[in-house]
Every structure is written in C-alpha cells, then in structure tokens.
Ligand binder design. Structure first.
Ligand code: URA
Length: 218
C-alpha cells in the first residue's frame, strides 16, 4: 500500500516531514555512519519527533511572579508523562524524548522474537505506578511487522493505560497496517514510511538492525 493510501485509510498517523528530521534519517541510513553518530542521531530524533508527539498535551494556568509583576502562565497539567521503551533499540529514542521532559517516568518492556513462531515473547516488564493516569509514549525506532509494538501496547492497555501514543523512526507499510488494525486509537508519530519488509522482516531500504547500529554490536 502506498504512503498516501495508508494515510488516507488510517487516522492519527503523522509523518514528521520537517527537513531536520528527514536529514537526520538520511544520515542514519548511511552504512558509513559511525556507532557514536548513529546513537546521537537517534537521540536527537527522539527529541524532535517527541516534540511533535506532545504538541497537544494539556496545560493549566498557574500564578507566577516575574521580577516585575504577578501573572498567570501555563504549565503542564496532570501526572508526569511516561515514556515506555521497547528494549533494547527503544532506549536511545527514549533518551531523546526525556530531554523534553526530564522528570517523565520510564517504563521498560523487553521482547525477543521466538525463532520458531517469529512472535515476540516478553522477558522483562517494569512500569511506573498509575499508568492509567499518565500519557504514555511508547518508543521503538523500527516498526517492521508491528508485532512488538502491538504486544507492548496490549500490555499497557491490560495494565490500564488509556492515553497511549507511539513514536518510531522507520516503518514498513505492513507494520502500520497491522498496528492500526490492532490499536486504531493509538496515534502514531513516524519519521518515514519505507518501501516494504523483506523476507527476514527487515525494513527496506531501512537502516539494517537498529539495535546493533546503536550499540555497535554488528
Ligand atoms: N528491526 C530492525 O532493527 N531493523 C529492521 O529493519 C527491522 C526491525
């Protein structure tokens, strides 16, 4: 399915086409980009896409005293955000989102792919309290089949979360379709929609294995 068809069928998909975002995504694609630079770029993109993904957070006015006078001025409303990283590749992206909101809480979910069933299996889950009262931002740089993100969000919902959004850098049309079928209520903030998944579930043209490139484990 083409990029435009996907965006016309499903609601709440934002492709962040800002030139800085697109430029940095191109640097990530380059096979000659070093581990150090790759990690830095993922973090920067977490901040840039996180900025768009939090544009509609609610605020409330409080009184503040400037050196000249008292005034009413907005602050973020409600409980602290919760950034949920799908380990391990999500960790770098989460660091970038946390630059916007350093006091956000952080949840971790560890999933590995069963070599036989090809389905994700949970090996770690740790969430902050009151996730039902927080805005949750689930992050994973790559949305390939969508299975990991779908399962992570299933878990969040089972635990009571009901304000969830999702950030990724690279996505495949197959992953977006699966994700939106499973979680039509979850807004997606995406760097780019690539051409397709290959037979090994790699995104093409993509960046290769994002976790390996972030951590230099190639
Ligand atoms: N995960 C990756 O790291 N890369 C892909 O292309 C797909 C899934």
């Amino acid at each position: 399915m083409s990029h435009d068809e996907l965006l016309s069928i499903y609601n709440d998909i934002s492709v962040i086409d800002h030139p800085f975002v697109q430029h940095k995504l191109t640097s990530l694609r380059d096979k000659n980009t070093s581990t150090r630079e790759f990690r830095m770029l993922v973090e920067e993109l977490g901040t840039l896409i996180g900025y768009e993904a939090t544009r509609d957070l609610e605020t409330t006015d409080i009184e503040v005293e400037t050196p000249l006078e008292k005034t009413m001025s907005p602050v973020l409303k409600g409980k602290k955000l919760c950034v949920v990283t799908i380990m391990r590749a999500g960790n770098g992206l989460a660091e970038g989102v946390l630059k916007l909101s350093p006091s956000a809480r952080v949840g971790h979910i560890g999933l590995y792919r069963d070599p036989e069933t090809k389905q994700p299996v949970e090996y770690y889950l740790k969430m902050p309290h009151s996730i039902d009262e927080r805005t949750i931002i689930v992050v994973d740089p790559m949305l390939a089949t969508g299975n990991s993100a779908i399962m992570a969000i299933d878990k969040m919902k089972e635990m009571g979360a009901n304000h969830i959004r999702f950030i990724c850098l690279f996505s495949a049309p197959e992953g977006i379709t699966a994700f939106k079928k499973a979680h039509p209520d979850v807004a997606m903030y995406i760097g780019t929609i690539d051409r397709e998944l290959d037979d090994h579930a790699y995104i093409r043209p993509g960046v290769g294995d994002a976790g390996d490139r972030i951590y230099g484990t190639l």
